[in-house]
Design a protein around this ligand. Structure first.
Ligand code: GLY
Length: 375
């Protein structure tokens, strides 16, 4: 069991990582319930796995539990589901000092967090993440959002949860591909500023993916501690500090856009390929050794994750991929901040990247893949 804290003054909160925490749910959430009742948001798949046990425990503890179920899938991060959720909360008579419980992956956390930030001009919410990606990344940090026709996460708010409860045991029901996709965000923390943690990942990644309890708990705790530290230093991404968390995301976002933001390439898979591309591009600019890129690609490959454009199923040329980047919400004054590396554990924000040069680099990556011997 680990208890971490994210230091944000009055918005500080604890993050507890505890195997089987959901079997002590009433005890964990009791401080956040009022009037003997609790309001829960989950998705159809997660609710099917976990809700009956949670509801029974809350009933034994005398806590009334009401559940709103959202259809599973990224498509639910929408105006329509937001409206349904807000209407439900209002119909339940939610008050500003009530706490809303978000039980699910990134979609549920983002949608619930955004609803909590606007209902009655802001209610409390608690995150109970059920995917590895949500446990190590999206449940912590306070960014909430929905998607619109213009793009992903374009409407949202900064609204920190009051508490995050992470139970690694719930990952037992997660499909292995989702587990691997979440693992790329674990590796990311090693690449950002903790080379020793990347060494640890190389030695223990397979055990993490096999959900060996000690390895999994250490991966989650180290990742969350890193995220809490970085967010604590730059909550609203106004310095170049929090932007480090976007490593692999600019390339990754373009790959996701090209493959339709869906099952063809999961977000975490796109981030993994994006991190390898960031390293290869950094090496091409003479910033780091090409062997660093090879080392990271070898580790992700050993974990059965995609590492090249071809692995990601991306055929679009450099110009088309860069065009997706030009619509990135981080675009400012005609330039896009890029996360580059001087080596493993030495990520920095570059403000001088020429997108035409990135397009050429991506075309080179396609050519290199076309010339590679078929194994
Ligand atoms: N909620 C995700 C983040 O703040 O990074």
């Amino acid at each position: 069991m680990a208890r971490l804290n994210i230091a944000l003054g009055q918005r500080s909160y604890d993050i507890v990582v505890e195997a089987n925490a959901l079997s002590r749910i009433a005890e964990h959430i009791a401080p956040w319930t009022r009037r003997g009742r609790s309001l829960w948001i989950s998705d159809s798949l997660v609710a099917a796995h976990h809700w009956p046990k949670i509801e029974a425990q809350l009933a034994s503890a005398g806590i009334e539990a009401h559940l709103h179920v959202v259809p599973a899938g990224e498509a639910s991060k929408s105006w329509a589901e937001l409206a349904r959720l807000v209407d439900w909360l209002l119909a339940m008579g939610v008050e500003r000092s009530d706490t809303i419980f978000a039980l699910g992956g990134g979609m549920i956390g983002d949608l619930t967090g955004f609803a909590a930030s606007i209902v009655k001009r802001g209610c409390n919410f608690v995150q109970l993440p059920t995917t590895l990606l949500a446990q190590v990344d999206s449940s912590v940090g306070g960014k909430t959002a929905i998607n619109t026709a213009a793009g992903k996460n374009l409407v949202g708010s900064f609204h920190q949860p009051k508490f995050v409860l992470i139970d690694p045991q719930v990952l037992a029901t997660l499909p292995p591909r989702e587990m691997r996709a979440g693992y790329s965000e674990v590796v990311k923390y090693g690449l950002i500023d903790d080379a020793r943690f990347f060494d640890w990942c190389e030695a223990n990644g397979v055990a993490v993916l096999a959900q060996q309890p000690d390895a999994l708990e250490r991966a989650i705790t180290t990742s969350v501690a890193a995220k809490a530290r970085i967010v604590g230093e730059d909550e609203r991404e106004t310095k170049d500090r929090r932007a480090l968390l976007n490593l692999g995301h600019t390339f990754g976002h373009a790959l996701e856009a090209d493959t339709g933001f869906g099952e063809r390439l999961l977000h975490g898979e796109a981030v993994g390929v994006g991190m390898v591309l960031a390293l290869l591009y950094s090496a091409r600019r003479g910033l780091c050794d090409a062997r660093d890129a090879e080392r990271v690609a070898a580790h992700l490959s050993a974990c059965a994750m995609p590492v090249t454009l071809a692995d990601a199923g991306v055929t679009a040329d450099g110009a088309a991929l860069v065009d997706h980047m030009r619509h990135d919400k981080k675009m400012s004054g005609g330039t896009l901040p890029f996360l580059l590396l001087r080596g493993i554990g030495q990520t920095f924000v570059a403000h001088d990247v020429d997108l035409d040069d990135v397009a050429q680099f991506l075309d080179e990556q396609h050519r290199i893949a076309a010339q590679a011997p078929v194994s």
